[in-house]
Design a protein around this ligand. Structure first.
Ligand SMILES: Nc1ncnc2c1ncn2[C@@H]1O[C@H](COP(=O)(O)OP(=O)(O)OP(=O)(O)O)[C@@H](O)[C@H]1O
Ligand SMILES: [Mg+2]
Length: 265
């Protein structure tokens, strides 16, 4: 961690795909141990931002600092669970969790033992030798998340990890993730389209706007931790949600479609 307490610093990040401006002057400092959610309409550049921070995308302009070191264009410095992160069907749960080690140096006995230990601690112990096809959707997402966690990076980027889950499974996964995050003291950036999920999880919420993709507003979530389900109906939760909905609707788009008031009669 740098002396300022900032773990990750995105500075004046812009990116264009040809003549299309996907990100425009994004600035964001994230503290060590912080949980930051990113909300915004489809196409506003959330995944592009993650691709940039993960080093997979060579950015057009700007700097991305991890502990003060510029990591732009350098993959492997942060953990990244992609929006469509699939498990390899021919590898077991343990084989999937140790995939990162297999790719970088060949998973050692120690890598496997560590991964198995981590998986057991977080409720996957009975499934280590199972193949993904034998798991439920929620369980598969846990394995994909565990793979990102097992890579051992302090900063983790999670792109809509629970997007495909039903709401009941999702709530269980949110509580599970908060437990993992707290116990392993990681720094998390988390993309979601679900406003309740963002408020429940985050210390801060970054609201993005499209065309060009940019940060519109950053909100502090003033809800103490640990958070249980009853916070979802608390006045501060509802007020935070109102502010976010106002902003998302006032930019005319929620998920890339015009708000009802904008449609012709
Ligand atoms: N490789 C690429 N080449 C050209 N345009 C791209 C590329 N990747 C993304 N874009 C464009 O950049 C914009 C931002 O895309 P991005 O995938 O970051 O959006 P997003 O906010 O993650 O959306 P969603 O919520 O649907 O996942 C979109 O208009 C998309 O079409
Ligand atoms: Mg995306």
């Amino acid at each position: 961690m740098s002396q300022t307490g900032v773990k990750l610093s995105v500075q004046h990040l812009s990116h264009s795909f040809g003549s299309f401006r996907a990100l425009q002057d994004v600035n964001l400092d994230i503290r060590h141990g912080e949980f930051v959610c990113i909300l915004g309409a489809s196409g506003c550049g959330k995944s592009t931002l993650f691709n940039a921070v993960s080093g997979l995308l060579k950015i057009t302009e700007g700097r991305i600092l991890l502990d003060g070191r510029d990591i732009a264009g350098r993959p492997g410095e942060v953990g990244y669970m992609l929006q469509k992160d699939l498990l390899l069907p021919w590898r077991t749960v343990l084989g999937n969790i140790t995939l990162g080690a297999s790719l970088t140096h060949g998973a050692t006995r120690e890598d496997r033992a560590k991964a198995a230990e981590l998986a057991r601690r977080y409720g996957l112990g009975d499934f280590l030798r199972h193949f993904p096809r034998a798991l439920s959707g929620g369980m598969r997402q846990r394995v994909a998340l565990m793979r990102t966690i097992a890579a051992g990076r302090e900063v983790m980027l999670l792109d809509e990890p629970f997007g495909a889950l039903d709401s009941q499974t999702r709530i269980g996964m949110q509580q599970w993730l908060l437990q993992v995050w707290k116990e392993l003291s990681r720094t998390v950036m988390f993309v979601t389209h679900d406003v309740d999920e963002a408020i429940f999880l985050a210390d801060r919420i970054v609201l993005m706007q499209p065309r060009p993709g940019r940060i519109a507003k950053i909100l502090q979530v003033e809800i103490p931790r640990p958070r249980a389900m009853d916070v979802l109906t608390s006045p501060v939760f509802v007020e935070t949600k109102r502010q976010i909905m106002d902003m998302l609707y006032s930019e005319k788009t929620l998920h890339g479609v015009p708000a009802a008031a904008e449609l012709p009669a």
